[in-house]
Design a protein around this ligand. Structure first.
Ligand code: SAH
Ligand code: SF4
Length: 350
C-alpha cells in the first residue's frame, strides 16, 4: 500500500477529494504529516473520522520505521531504518552542544564502491524513494526530547546522492518547505563522490544547499584506486564544484578520508594544494573509521593524530583552510554503512 508521505501535494489533494474530502483538508493532513510528524491517522484530530478511515483503506501514513537504535556514550544515535520492502538503510543523529545534526541515506547500498567504505561493499540494491529519504528526518526528529530539535542535515549516509537526484531534490524540498519540516537550505549539506554533470543539475536547483565533495586525493591515479568507479578527472570535479560556488556563492567543502601511507603522504598534500590552493574552499580531513573487513582485505589503516596534523599543516602552509573531523560515536561504529553491515551479520541466515 502506498503511503501518504509518498504523495506530492497535488496528489494528496486528489487522494483526499477521491475520499470525499476538501482541498483544505489535504493541507491539514500535510501539516500533520510533515509539521507535526504524526504516524497514525488517529492523531489527525481535526480531520473527520470518515475521511480518515477512507484514506486508511488506501494508504498507510508512512512507509518506513525504526528497526533498531544503537546509542553511543557521546549521545550519537544510529537508527537502522526498515523500508516497506524489508530493505534497511541507516541514519545517524549527532547532538553537539546546541546543534543536532542528522545524517541520512539516499540508496540501499552504493554503486561507487570506495575501497574504505562499508556502504559500497555489496554494491547498490536500489534507490530510495522521495518519501523514504524525507521520512528519515521524521523518524529521527521523533527521538529528540524538547527543546532539542534538528538543526542540521547532512546527506552523507549510504549511497551516492548525485545518482538519485530525481528522488533527492523533491525530498530536500519537502524538508526545506516552511509548511513542513521547515529546515533552512543553509543548514542542509549534500556530499558527493564527484559527478560533474549531476553536480551541475544540483547547482541549478532552488534553493541553494551546501555542497561537499569527497575528493580523497587530487591525483587521478590515486583517486581511481580509492574510488574505483569514479571515471571523472579530478580537474573536472573541481571545475564543477567551483562552478557551484560561482552560481550559488556557497563555498564548497572537500572531504578527504585519510588512510595511512596511502593518501596522507607529504606528496599527497602537495598535489592537493596544487589542485585546490587558489579556490575558495575548505578541506575537511576525516581520519578513516576502520571497517574490519576492508582493513583486512585492503591493508587499510587509520593514520595517527600526528600524521593527520602533519597533513593538515602541509595544506595550511599551502594556503588552504582545513578542518579535522572529530570522531563521533566511534564506539558504535559510526561510519557510513557500518550499522547495516553489523545488522546483516547478526541476522539469522537461512
Ligand atoms: N556517497 C557520498 C555521500 C555518502 S559518504 C560521498 O561519498 O560523498 C559520506 C562521507 O563519508 C564521504 O566523504 C565518505 O568518504 C566518508 N566515509 C565513508 N566511509 C568512511 C569511513 N569508513 N571512515 C571515514 N569516512 C568515511
Ligand atoms: Fe558510496 Fe560515498 Fe561510500 Fe563511496 S564513500 S562507497 S560514494 S557511500
Amino acid at each position: 500500500m502506498r503511503s501518504l508521505t509518498d504523495l506530492t501535494d497535488t496528489a494528496l489533494v486528489a487522494a483526499v477529494e477521491a475520499c470525499g474530502g476538501k482541498p483544505f483538508q489535504a493541507r491539514q493532513i500535510l501539516h500533520w504529516l510533515w509539521r507535526h510528524g504524526v504516524d497514525d491517522f488517529a492523531q489527525m484530530s481535526n480531520v473527520p473520522a470518515r475521511l480518515r478511515s477512507s484514506l486508511a483503506e488506501r494508504f498507510t501514513v508512512r512507509c518506513s520505521s525504526v528497526a533498531r537504535v544503537d546509542a553511543a556514550a557521546d549521545g550519537t544515535e544510529k537508527l537502522l531504518v526498515r523500508l516497506g520492502d524489508g530493505e534497511t538503510v541507516e541514519c545517524v543523529l549527532i547532538p553537539e552542544g546546541d546543534r543536532t545534526t542528522l545524517c541520512i541515506s539516499t540508496q540501499v547500498g552504493c554503486p561507487v564502491g570506495c575501497v574504505f567504505c562499508a556502504s559500497g561493499m555489496f554494491g547498490v540494491k536500489r534507490n530510495l524513494t522521495t518519501a523514504e529519504i524525507s521520512e528519515q528526518v521524521l523518524l529521527a526528529q521523533a527521538r529528540l526530547q524538547a527543546p532539542r530539535r534538528l538543526t542540521n542535515l547532512v546527506v552523507m549516509g549510504m549511497g551516492e546522492p548525485m545518482l538519485n537526484l530525481d528522488a533527492l531534490l523533491p525530498a530536500l524540498q519537502r524538508i526545506h518547505d516552511p509548511d513542513g519540516i521547515d529546515m533552512g537550505a543553509r543548514r542542509i549539506t549534500v556530499s558527493t563522490s564527484g559527478y560533474p554533470r549531476q553536480m551541475e543539475r544540483f547547482a541549478a536547483a532552488d534553493p541553494a544547499y551546501n555542497l561537499a565533495v569527497s575528493l580523497h586525493a587530487a591525483d587521478d591515479e590515486l583517486r581511481r584506486r580509492l574510488v574505483p568507479s569514479a571515471t571523472h578527472a579530478v580537474q573536472d570535479i573541481v571545475a564543477a564544484a567551483h562552478q557551484y560556488f560561482g552560481r550559488k556563492g556557497r563555498e564548497v567543502t572537500y572531504e578527504v578520508v585519510l588512510l595511512e601511507g596511502i593518501n596522507d603522504r607529504p606528496e599527497d598534500a602537495v598535489t592537493m594544494v596544487d589542485a585546490l590552493g587558489a579556490l575558495p574552499c575548505t578541506v575537511n580531513l576525516i581520519p578513516w573509521n576502520p571497517v574490519e573487513e576492508l582493513a583486512l582485505a585492503g591493508g587499510l589503516r587509520r593514520p595517527s593524530s600526528a600524521r593527520v596534523d602533519a597533513f593538515a599543516d602541509a595544506l595550511r602552509r599551502g594556503g588552504l583552510k582545513v578542518t579535522v573531523r572529530r570522531q563521533r560515536g566511534a564506539d558504535r561504529s559510526a561510519a557510513c554503512g557500518q550499522l547495516r553491515l553489523r545488522a546483516a551479520d547478526s541476522a539469522p541466515r537461512a
